[in-house]
Design a protein around this ligand. Structure first.
Ligand code: FMN
Length: 184
């Protein structure tokens, strides 16, 4: 009896170790990540006078002492090299009525050109600075402090040099749908 139980425990342990050792497939990972609700943000940068932007779900507040924020950018995106070159970027956490801005900078605009900056108002901050986004929940300028290679993406950690907030509800992305938070 005791031997049978110990064999069962051993089998269960080696099965769970096998799961860890085998890892998960890309498909399993992506399927699981659909459940991870994220804020929807647009990051911006300017190189040689040319503005670029990208919709991201990977914005994180990193530290308050000193103020740091991070974002993950696919290395195949033109934005990745542009941010390395420019060494500055803007992070604009979208508000609940700005899903059209997210679509525009994710390469699926409702109308007109992709990366059409005229889809939203911008507050110019002056020469060499990133404009802040009108109507965003949070809009900040950062200086690139650290870039970490992580699989298909680069993690950019930026020192926050300018920030404005609006009391609007932030836009969320969950299960491939846009939404917004409400009290439980
Ligand atoms: C809600 C949402 C979140 C996204 N999050 C990221 C992200 O964190 N990092 C990233 O590199 N791409 C992210 N993307 C994908 C880019 O926005 C998308 O691939 C973009 O169209 C690529 O444009 P490009 O060809 O100009 O690089 C996200 C897209 C959506 C709709």
């Amino acid at each position: 009896m005791r031997n049978t139980m110990s064999r069962q425990i051993q089998t269960a342990v080696s099965k769970s170790l096998a799961t860890v050792a085998d890892g998960v497939s890309r498909e399993e990972f992506l399927q699981a990540m659909k459940q991870a609700a994220s804020l929807v943000s647009v990051i911006t940068t300017t190189v040689g006078g040319q503005r670029k932007a990208l919709t991201v779900g990977s914005f994180l507040s990193v530290s308050a002492d000193p103020p740091l924020m991070s974002v993950c950018v696919n290395r195949n995106s033109r934005m990745c090299q542009a941010m390395k070159d420019s060494k500055t970027f803007g992070i604009h956490v979208l508000s609940d009525a700005q899903s059209y801005v997210a679509d525009n900078f994710a390469g699926r605009p409702q109308s007109g050109d992709s990366y059409d900056f005229s889809c939203v108002e911008w507050l110019e901050q002056g020469e060499g600075r990133e404009a802040l986004m009108e109507g965003a929940s949070i809009s900040a300028e950062c200086e690139v402090e650290t870039v970490v290679d992580a699989g298909s993406h680069c993690i950019f950690i930026g020192a926050v040099t300018n920030i404005k907030t609006d009391e609007k509800r932030p836009l969320l992305y969950w299960n491939r749908l846009y939404g917004f938070p409400s009290h439980a």
